[in-house]
Design a protein around this ligand. Structure first.
Ligand code: 2M7
Length: 437
């Protein structure tokens, strides 16, 4: 293996309580909110189809005009407790909020820049009330932080000149100051979700990032930081030059999902997912495919079945309202979770042979097995291949436990479970197997 000073510092998974809690979340909520929500994908009547939170970077969009938007930020509809209540009814166990996206505008009162909410007409901290509201609902809060910062004069995507390097040293100090400031201001945060770390300039900062990650972990013991923060000695991210995972879980699944357990390399991971194809911040004109609640529930179940967490994105509008499409999805998914959360929370991968009808999840504590059926076979018979000697004496419907099943053994350790028409349940039906030995 390659000698690394700043590669992965731990082989295998974290087993402490905070990480176990993270592992058992199942469902999270991402919130992308900032100045980009004001234009909402349009500028002077022109529609921009790219990601709305990147509008400042589109060629026809005048940067100076974007940078003035903070003078319009006054979200009078912002209601953190309503957001937290909606997240509770969705069934989210954690929430990730953009404290600062690539544009550099800070949703908290930062001592290290004037480009923050205190200098907007709104004038007040956004992050603090959100942390408080979500904590009150028992939903853990994680802070999204973009290292890339288009507003800071010392930011560089690459370091070519001596001037670049000097300026970048100031930017690094600023970044460190802001991160330590966030952890001081919001000590109940359980982790940081880093983004904007693909720049060549940042990839040269293995030693700096390593030291800073250690400092942050010392400030909040148990803090959870994913694979997207640190570059190793050779600029590799997510996995170091020896292929070992950086950070506490893999953050590589952005708008995509692993297909097999092998794709996950056996690591902890999260999938962060937009509702439209590629809009994180608010866009007033969603075009292309907008996911249905059934699609999102399947992504959630697939994630949990492969030991991952699924984080669904919300993009509040410029006034601080959650758009109706997201409200509707939250209600539909929440209704399904009300009945079926037992197959999600505290569950993970089961090494039984994957079947076409859907996904298995297994409760890590009870050992209960959940068959989440998305594709009802035409003959209504679910094929189940079990490891040998598993007893299937206790099989029932999660929604209607009085509806029990007697699996029909068709081959050695291979059974049919004949679905009984359950009440019209919206979304996938879940069959529970309580292995008896
Ligand atoms: C979590 C997501 N990461 C950000 C990005 C990106 C990106 C950058 C370059 C190429 C493709 C995607 C998006 O703006 C959003 O914050």
């Amino acid at each position: 293996s390659i000698a690394l000073e700043h590669g992965s510092h731990r082989l295998g998974k974290r087993t402490d309580e905070m990480m176990q809690t993270w592992r058992n979340y199942g469902l999270g909520q991402f919130i992308h909110w900032g100045l980009y929500a004001i234009p909402g994908g349009h500028w002077e009547g022109k529609y921009y189809g790219g990601a709305a939170e990147w509008i400042r970077s589109w060629k026809d969009m005048p940067n100076e005009a974007y940078d003035e938007l903070y003078k319009e930020f006054d979200p009078q509809n912002f209601d953190p407790r309503a957001w937290a209540k909606q997240a509770k009814s969705l069934g989210a166990k954690y929430m990730i909020i953009t404290t600062k996206h690539h544009d550099g505008f800070c949703l908290w009162p930062s001592e290290y820049t004037d480009y923050d909410v205190t200098n907007s007409p709104y004038g007040k901290d956004i992050i603090g009330p959100l942390v408080e509201a979500y904590d009150a609902e028992g939903i853990d809060v994680y802070l999204y932080f973009s290292v890339m910062d288009w507003n800071h004069l010392g930011y560089r995507s690459k370091l070519e000149t001596e001037e670049d390097r000097e300026a970048y040293e100031g930017f690094k100090e600023f970044t460190r100051n802001q991160l330590l400031e966030l952890l001081d201001l919001y000590p109940t945060t359980k982790g940081l979700w880093f983004d904007g770390t693909w720049d060549a300039a940042w990839k040269e900062q293995a030693a700096f990032a390593d030291k800073l990650e250690t400092e942050m972990r010392e400030k909040i013991p148990g803090l959870i930081i994913g694979s997207r923060f640190r570059p190793d000695d050779y600029g590799n991210r997510h996995f170091d030059s020896n292929g070992d995972l950086m950070g506490d879980y893999e953050q590589g699944w952005e708008r995509k999902l692993p297909e097999t357990f092998e794709d996950t390399k056996g690591n902890d991971w999260d999938c962060v997912m937009t509702v439209p194809e590629n809009q994180w911040g608010y866009h007033s004109d969603w075009r292309g495919h907008v996911k249905t609640s059934f699609e999102l529930i399947e992504m959630l179940v697939k994630s949990v079945s492969l030991n991952g967490n699924f984080v669904m994105n919300f993009g509040p509008d410029g006034q601080g309202s959650i758009r109706e499409e997201e409200t509707k999805l939250a209600a539909e998914i929440g209704d399904w979770m009300d009945v079926n959360h037992e197959a999600i929370y505290g569950c993970g991968y089961l090494d039984w042979k994957k079947q076409d009808w859907g996904y298995y999840t297994k409760n890590r504590e009870t050992g209960k097995v959940y068959m989440v059926v998305f594709n009802r076979p035409l003959n209504g018979a679910l094929r189940v291949k079990t490891p040998s000697k598993i007893g299937l004496e206790k099989v029932y419907s999660l929604k209607e436990p009085s509806v029990t099943y007697e699996p029909e053994e068709v081959h050695k350790d291979e059974y049919f479970i004949h679905l009984k028409e359950s009440k019209t349940s919206k979304g996938p039906v879940v069959i529970v197997i309580e292995p008896t030995k």
